[in-house]
Design a protein around this ligand. Structure first.
Ligand code: G3P
Ligand code: MG
Length: 270
């Protein structure tokens, strides 16, 4: 199983280095790898034809040109698009145009980097895992709650079976806000690490068979963290972008931190 208890807290690049490149693309993963993040995080969803792809929102609209390419398909739900259609999308240009972290305006992202971003495809989970494997890296695969008509799709079985077929059980940490998914994953393959995600204000759960908790950073304190660590459960809060917040969590004893700015967290960890 992936070792979540390292000498220093893990730098987990949220959706890749998402302040420096379009989230959930291989360009973003490559940037996080260059920076030296210990792991990248991605979100996995399912297409209309049952393929696992890397996407955060239920809709393709925010992070691709789906609305321009398929103008009559509003609200561009992932569950209504096939993989062949999704592979036609540009999942990079929106980042340059909307500049979600101000890194284009500040000049942090160079023109050469912007050229690479344009036309970035939405990766399949298999492509994202192979990228991770070839670089001998680690990844947190967050399984999103599925929306109709795909709510009954066996997403956990599909994800676990892909990880097994690529022989990557030591390199993957699964997570989900749907805790039943994580129980299912542990039942299918106990040696794959699994984490329960907690929303802001959500109570810390008891009685789950999991390897890590991923709470919202606002609900993390040293007492809870120490108690969990003592029972062998790692604590990796999300998503922290300011150095003061990072330092507070490190002082509380967390095992890892999710950030859109792995370049900042790496410096803070030292
Ligand atoms: O896994 C940490 C974080 O990614 C959870 O929230 O909405 O960014 O997927 P979200
Ligand atoms: Mg996520």
């Amino acid at each position: 199983m992936l070792n979540l208890f390292q000498a220093k807290p893990l730098c987990i690049a949220h959706r890749g280095a998402s302040s420096l490149a379009p989230e959930n693309t291989l360009a973003s993963a490559r940037k996080a790898l260059e920076i030296g993040a210990d792991m990248w995080e991605l979100d996995v969803s399912v297409t209309a034809d049952g393929q696992l792809i890397v996407l955060h929102d239920d809709s393709l609209a925010r992070t691709s040109n789906a609305s321009a390419l398929f103008p009559n398909r509003a609200p561009w739900l992932i569950s209504n698009f096939t993989l062949t259609e999704i592979k036609q999308l540009d999942a990079g240009s929106w980042f340059i145009e909307s500049d979600p972290f101000g890194t284009i305006a500040s000049g942090t992202v160079t023109l050469d980097e912007q050229t690479i971003m344009r036309g970035q495809p939405i990766p399949t989970l298999q492509e994202a895992l192979l990228f991770t494997q070839v670089h001998n890296w680690r990844v947190n695969v967050e399984i999103k709650a599925l929306i109709p008509p795909l709510t009954g799709f066996p997403v956990v079985e599909a994800v676990v079976s892909l990880i097994e077929s690529l022989d990557m059980t030591e390199q993957v940490l699964l997570s989900s806000f749907v805790h039943a998914y994580m129980q299912q994953a542990k039942a299918l393959h106990p040696a794959i690490a699994a984490a329960a995600l907690l929303d802001e204000g959500e109570a810390w759960p008891a009685g789950l068979t999991i390897d890590a908790l991923h709470p919202h950073y606002t609900s993390v304190d040293a007492d809870h963290t120490q108690t969990l660590r003592q029972t062998g459960v790692a604590v990796n809060p999300w998503t922290v972008n300011d150095p003061a917040g990072m330092k507070r969590l490190i002082a509380a004893g967390v095992t890892g931190i999710f950030t859109d700015f792995p370049q900042v967290l790496k410096q803070v960890i030292g």
